[in-house]
Design a binder for this molecule. Structure first.
Ligand SMILES: *Cc1c(COP(=O)(O)O)cnc(C)c1O
Length: 396
């Protein structure tokens, strides 16, 4: 006779995790943006001034780039039809690669569909169980996660703390060691001490990688990013990666390095080999975007002007911002509840500002992540400062 066995429900943790997230006020859902990225965002029929976008140079809905995408589709089609090593590498990809190499001064690079997959690819391929990975504690989730999943030894140094990095390297250095930092930190807006990182890497014969998702296009004389801003050349980094989805306004990513490193990546990296190439119309659009970013200084100048004004007005009004010189201006609140409350009140006032909470930032460091873009006008910033003052007072 068959005996009925008692099975536990499969994947019970799904319900458990969801319930816990909801109880802690950390449950998240996407909201539909009913407009293209720009000065305003429309959600549920209401317009808000948009202070949450990574579209720092206002290119995501630029008319010239919309035309470029249409032209790219006519020239090359919408889909690449395969992976890069089969049929997916078209003239648009080659032209984009050449343009980026020239603009950024790097010997070789590989395109990826996202920064997330690029970071997974690099860490997965380079670091085996005998290798050491040393990362800034505040590095992006894509880097930290890949490190955790890797068989290598991973250590994290205190944010931008070169003494701590030095201690870790002294104690644990291995012949294959990779140090990774962001150029501009995504949730804090501050910059890494790239020259000092470079010195440490040299001292220990380690490789240095900079993830410049938030620096490319915005920093450096022609937007070549954080490394150039710091007075070094991008090719002084063993690995320089950045995304096309932030200041360039489109999407996708690249990894740059020596010809050998890139040849190895494109020959051995599964996330590179076994994925469909970027849509060629999109590659074409990214190329035009990068030309615009390299040539036009007015977007960077306007953004810098807005950042300076915002910081000045904040300090005049007793608003304590985290120390950031970039378009990312966090207002650290601490409590998650209060951050959400403030974001809600600012929304009532007509501002779209996102509360960033754990696990995206450490517990106790919930914040409003305010981002400025070229699309803003001075009056937008004045209005936001006024409302932040109101909302801060309201709370007391
Ligand atoms: C956004 C971001 C990524 C991921 O890039 P996507 O192209 O959006 O996947 C990686 N690193 C940093 C620092 C980022 O901010």
């Amino acid at each position: 006779m068959m005996r009925q066995r008692q099975y536990k429900m499969a994947f019970e943790f799904i319900q458990h995790d969801l319930m816990q997230r909801k109880e802690n006020g950390l449950y998240r859902q996407s909201q539909i943006s009913e407009t293209a990225q720009g000065r305003y965002i429309k959600v549920a029929g209401k317009h808000y001034l948009n202070f949450s976008s990574n579209d720092y140079l206002g290119l995501a809905s630029d008319p010239h780039l919309i035309k470029a995408w249409q032209k790219g589709a006519q020239l090359f089609g919408v889909g690449s039809g395969g992976s890069y090593l089969v049929t997916g590498y078209q003239q648009a990809h080659a032209d984009l690669t050449a343009q980026l190499k020239e603009w950024l001064g790097v010997p070789a690079l590989a395109l990826f569909n996202s920064g997330y997959s690029a970071n997974q690819a690099i860490i997965k391929l380079l670091l085996d169980k005998n290798a050491l990975l040393v990362q800034d504690k505040l590095n992006h989730a894509s880097l930290i996660e890949a490190g955790v999943l890797s068989p290598c030894k991973m250590l994290r140094f205190k944010h931008n703390d070169m003494q701590h990095l030095n201690q870790l390297l002294k104690r644990s250095i291995k012949s294959d060691t990779l140090i990774i930092s962001e150029g501009v930190f995504s949730m804090d807006g501050d910059s890494a001490p790239i020259k000092k990182l470079h010195t440490q890497a040299k001292l220990f014969n380690a490789w240095l990688m900079i993830d410049d998702a938030h620096g490319l296009g915005v920093l450096g004389q022609q937007g070549q990013g954080s490394v150039v801003q710091a007075g070094l050349k991008n090719n002084a980094m063993h690995i320089y990666m950045a995304t096309f989805g932030k200041a360039l306004g489109v999407g996708g990513a690249f990894v740059a390095g020596s010809q050998d490193f890139i040849d190895h990546l494109t020959n051995f990296s599964k996330p590179y080999i076994y994925t469909t190439g970027l849509p060629p119309a999109m590659a074409y659009t990214i190329m035009i975007a990068s030309e615009m970013v390299a040539q036009d200084n007015w977007r960077r100048d306007k953004l810098q002007h807005l950042i300076t004004k915002f910081k000045y007005l904040a300090s005049q009004n007793g608003i304590l911002l985290a120390p950031s010189m970039t378009a990312i201006q966090p207002l650290i609140i601490g409590s998650t509840e209060k951050s959400i409350q403030m974001a809600t009140k600012l929304k009532e006032e007509g501002f779209w500002v996102t509360a960033i909470r754990p696990p995206t930032v450490p517990v106790g460091q919930s914040r409003l992540r305010i981002t400025l873009t070229t699309r803003h006008e001075l009056e937008d910033i004045k209005a936001l400062i006024k409302s932040i003052c109101l909302v801060l007072h309201d709370d007391k």
